[in-house]
Design a binder for this molecule. Structure first.
Ligand code: AMP
Ligand code: ZN
Length: 471
């Protein structure tokens, strides 16, 4: 399997360092709000990578995905809400698990939280190792990483060393590439912030240290095989993770670095919680779409290319999914006829093509292309009587093998087996439709009504408001 490695800026053959198990770390959600569909673009893409490693390449996967439950933003938002940090972040961890299940993400092996004591202790141990190796200094009770002590600092983001400002430091968790500075490992307590004291003074971890420490702890040491996240994490987060882990252990941190490009809005701006332009999965459902349509839409562009989100792209995904499910239903209905070995050869070729395409840096759009060529060919074969009942099993098995990686057919089947649209979702959809009507966006309003109707819910408008009933 070929995988693009951000560290070397090229595709390289991938296999795990030892044995058959891939040890993989994925930076998870910062739980200060419900994850938006941009976050889930990254998580869905990495779910497909996980599935490809398992079901196409034949490896086992041990994957860790953290929750950042302490950082500048989580603290700020929990204070604003007047809720203790742990209780505040619990809500969004729960919401993440709900959305992840709705979108058909395979559960990963470990979901550590930064603020668990054992994890905080492993962060402090790593900071102590960095101190012992001469990579740190303290100032006003905070501990900083001194980037000039690590000659290859900047190797992932390819920093221009002339631009690095030695001696200046930064406390904030986020800053950009032109501002490479000494960064904080452990922040001294300020009033009203949560604080822990496990050996480097009272305070709390900086954002970056948690991932270096938890990757090391949960994946049994370094180097790990793959470290992954969205492209915005290359700098400073992943660069600093490398500095911390390699400065502490003297060993390569991760052999491969995988980065997923952003989900953008129609006009080309990044979807982001802090910009206030983000949609969540419940927002998408309230417009009458199903999670399977969103998963499909998120897969239509290769993970290393930017993806523009639009409601039209969801309509397109829904159309394609319907075409696929109709074909499978027709296939299931084939009764008579003979065996057609030549058609089965053709199906086998499609299966091989799919594997080749996925093995080429997880080329999902090309894989989808193969699958939809097969949909067309199966429809033609059924129409012309060139596909008989004895062929059905092999054809179905091929679609199932595609879906082990893509995870859309199984998801749609689960949705179809679900009896009714939940009342809460119907009410949200009605509210959403009312908003659309108020801003005279009648095409959105109509599409919400139509989507609900295909799912068995009829809306009736009366002067007193909108009511609903099940078909
Ligand atoms: P955060 O909650 O900001 O820590 O982000 C969680 C994950 O989502 C990280 O891997 C980010 O890189 C990724 N991410 C954030 N915004 C987007 C976006 N618009 N498109 C794709 N991935 C994103
Ligand atoms: Zn991380």
């Amino acid at each position: 399997m070929l995988l693009y490695n951000t560290l070397t800026r090229q595709e390289e053959p991938f296999s795990p360092l030892s044995g058959n198990t891939v040890r993989m770390y994925t930076c998870g959600l910062t739980v200060y709000a419900r994850g938006h569909i941009g976050n889930f673009r990254t998580f869905v893409a990495l779910d497909v990578l996980r599935r490809a490693l398992k079901y196409v390449a034949g490896f086992e996967v041990r994957q860790v995905m953290n929750f950042t439950d302490v950082d500048d933003r989580t603290i700020e938002e929990s204070k604003a809400a007047g809720v203790p940090l742990r209780e505040y972040t619990n809500r969004y961890i729960e919401a993440f698990h709900e959305d992840a299940a709705s979108l058909g993400l395979e559960p990963v092996e470990e979901y550590p939280r930064a603020t668990d004591d054992a994890n905080l202790r492993s962060m402090v141990e790593m900071i102590q190792a960095l101190e012992a190796n001469g990579h740190t200094y303290s100032s006003d009770g905070s501990v900083y990483f001194k980037i000039s002590t690590l000659p290859d600092y900047g190797k992932l983001a390819r920093l221009d060393h002339a631009g690095i400002k030695p001696g200046s430091r930064i406390d904030s968790d986020l800053y950009d590439k032109d501002d490479a500075r000494d960064f904080v490992l452990w922040k001294a307590t300020t009033r009203g912030e949560p604080t822990w004291d496990f050996g480097v003074g009272p305070g709390r971890p900086g954002w970056h240290i948690e991932c270096s420490a938890m990757a090391n702890r949960f994946l049994d040491g370094t180097p790990i095989d793959i470290h992954a996240g969205g492209v915005d994490l290359v700098f400073p987060h992943h660069e600093n993770e490398i500095a911390q882990a390699e400065g502490a252990t003297g060993q390569t941190f991760s052999r491969f670095w995988v980065h997923v490009e952003h989900l953008l809005l129609d006009k080309g701006t990044k979807m982001s919680k802090s910009l206030g332009n983000a949609f969540t999965l419940p927002d998408v459902l309230a417009r009458g779409y199903r999670p399977s349509a969103l998963r499909f839409a998120l897969l239509m562009v290769h993970y290393r290319k930017q993806l523009r989100f639009s409601w039209a792209s969801l309509d397109q995904a829904e159309e394609a999914l319907k075409r696929l499910m109709t074909c499978l239903a027709r296939l299931g209905g084939v009764t008579g006829g003979d065996a057609h070995p030549e058609f089965i050869d053709h199906v086998e070729t499609a299966r091989r093509h799919f594997v080749e395409r996925i093995s080429q840096d997880v080329n999902v759009p090309a894989g989808l292309g193969t699958m939809f060529e097969l949909v067309r060919d199966v429809n033609v074969a059924i129409d012309s009587g060139e596909l008989g009942q004895p062929d059905v099993g092999a054809v179905m098995a091929t679609f199932d093998s595609f879906d082990q990686v893509l995870g859309i057919i199984a998801l749609r089947r689960v949705e179809e087996a679900e009896p009714d649209v939940p009342v809460q979702e119907i009410e949200r959809s009605i509210a959403e439709r009312n908003h659309a009507r108020a801003r005279r966006d009648f095409s959105t309003a109509d599409s919400i009504r139509e989507s609900l109707e295909t799912r068995g819910v009829l809306l009736e408008d009366a002067p007193t408001g909108t009511t609903w009933k099940r078909k």
